[in-house]
Write a protein that binds this ligand. Structure first.
Ligand code: E4P
Ligand code: PEP
Ligand code: MN
Length: 481
């Protein structure tokens, strides 16, 4: 947890928040430590025995070994107790008592880990969260795809440009985007840079979200600025309603000073096991393992093999876990994933992030949700309306159409409402910057605009304006419950 309050503003008594000396367990400390050491040894042994998809071919294994040791000696980036609180929040979202907003870059880069970029991404997420809170009438769990989202799975291991073929770019934590042979060689030192960039990012995010920047009154003023733009008049009615609600709260004597800080969590895809494993640590309270590289980690569509190293890895850690499900997800496989990752059926432990595609979600999702519900498992359902809607524009840019993104979210709500299950949140690739990567939105970005400010090194993100539009539209959907 970053910040001092729960989404509902009520501190949770008795929840361990990170002190290594506080122990809620009655088990003797030496037994807890021994259990933890054993769990860590098992995790490491499984790591070498199982196949891990989408890993770089590090050319220098000795250098990799040194890096793994270095990472293992570094402090954790998050605390186990924070992860547990987030599990509780995800459990709330599973039953409609909270709504999750996960957002951030497709691929963070070292160069873009600047104060301004981080501030603008946090600001965008806070603005969206304020609108969604109004629409949902429940707390919004704010999670950045930040501070660790430096590695990418790729469709192809190589990239060809003008007849030259090189290894694909796999994220700044692996290789360099520049299209040169040396730049594309995986360099394990990048794992260390990734740790430091994540640490600096998280530090600033913690400062922003606890230091006054996240004050609801500021966030509300920023949203007023959004509405002042005539392109956004479609959202005026809801913005006016939010304004009235704020004035009502004020008149009732609401303590706005108490709303100056927010909880904010960090998430990324647990892709590079050479990064995630050394950051996996024993929780001294329980002997359980936590991946301390982020609060919430997920397994991607390309790495969720039941017998693969990624699913094994997340099954051994106690963080809240996400698993992406694409349109071809097999229902038996999905049920076995639950057995592996959430054998005890702990609410909040497992989130399925569905990314079906706007044209497919209404056919592909109901069968899966139905069977999962029938199995008795409580999972949190989140919609990623980005990854099933990517295509190459005539100009050659990888893009997504804002209309498709909205349509997938609409389908997600429809499916869950018709089944009586809970649409628990959204997962989006976004930036606070004024980029031109996705088509459409009120600014009506068209193919010929994409080249004007296309910055992403991987997938196209919603820009600040499109992100807020999405929030208003999803708030409308939430309000129609
Ligand atoms: O972010 C997700 C994947 O890494 C990305 O969509 C893969 O893109 P590619 O198909 O260009 O490799
Ligand atoms: C790789 C990603 O998604 P998926 O695994 O769903 O393709 C991602 O979220 O960046
Ligand atoms: Mn992506």
């Amino acid at each position: 947890m970053i910040g001092s309050r729960t989404p509902g503003g009520v501190p949770r008594p008795g929840v361990y928040a990170g002190s290594v000396n506080t122990s809620p367990t009655t088990a003797p400390a030496d037994r807890v430590a021994a259990d933890g050491q054993q769990a860590l040894a098992d995790l490491t042994a499984a790591a070498t025995a199982l196949e891990a998809a989408q890993q770089p071919s590090w050319p220098d294994t000795a250098a990799l070994g040194e890096v793994v040791e270095t990472l293992g000696s570094y402090p954790p980036l998050v605390f186990a107790g924070e992860c547990d609180i987030l599990t509780g929040r995800m459990a709330d979202a599973a039953v409609g008592k909270a709504f999750v907003l996960q957002g951030g870059d497709c691929a963070e880069t070292f160069a873009s880990a600047t104060a301004d970029n981080i501030r603008d991404r946090v600001k965008t997420i806070l603005q969206m969260a304020a609108v969604l809170t109004y629409g949902a009438s429940v707390p919004v769990v704010k999670i950045g795809r930040m501070a660790g989202q430096y590695a990418k799975p790729r469709s192809s291991t190589v990239e060809t440009r003008e007849g030259v073929t090189l290894p694909a770019y796999r994220g700044d934590m692996v290789n360099d985007f520049a299209f040169h042979e040396t730049a594309r060689v995986p360099d394990p030192q990048r794992l260390v840079r990734g740790y430091h960039a994540s640490s600096a990012t998280l530090n600033l995010v913690r400062a922003f979200t606890t230091g006054g920047f996240a004050d609801l009154r500021h966030v509300h003023d920023w949203n007023r600025g959004f509405i002042a733009n005539s392109a956004n008049s479609r959202y005026e009615k809801m913005a006016h309603d939010i304004d009235k609600a704020m004035r009502f709260m004020d008149a009732c004597g609401a303590d706005f000073d108490a709303m100056r800080t927010v909880e904010f969590y960090a998430a990324h895809e647990a892709l590079l096991l050479d990064y995630e494993r050394p950051l996996t640590r024993i929780d001294s309270r329980t002997g359980h393992l936590y991946d301390t590289s982020g609060h919430f980690v997920w397994v991607g569509e390309r790495t969720r093999q039941l017998d693969g190293a990624h699913v094994d890895f997340v099954s051994r850690i106690s963080n809240p876990i996400g698993v992406k499900l694409g349109p071809k997800a097999d229902i038996d496989e999905v049920l076995r994933l639950i057995d592996k990752v959430d054998p005890e059926r702990t609410p909040g432990r497992l989130t399925f992030i569905t990314r079906m595609g706007a044209g497919t979600i209404r056919e592909a999702l109901p069968g899966i949700v139905d069977k999962v519900t029938a199995s008795g498992a409580t999972v949190t359902w989140i919609c990623d309306p980005m990854h099933g809607n990517t295509f190459e524009a005539a100009s050659g840019f990888k893009t997504r159409d804002f209309e498709d993104i909205i349509e997938e979210v609409r389908g997600f709500f429809e499916v869950h409402r018709s089944l009586g299950t809970v649409p628990g949140g959204i997962h989006v690739e976004l930036t606070g910057n004024d980029v031109t990567e996705c088509l459409g939105g009120a600014e009506k970005i068209i193919d010929s605009d994409l080249g004007k400010n296309y910055e992403s090194l991987c997938d196209p993100r919603l820009n600040h304006q499109q992100s807020l539009e999405l929030a208003f539209l999803v708030a409308e959907m939430l309000g129609q419950a």
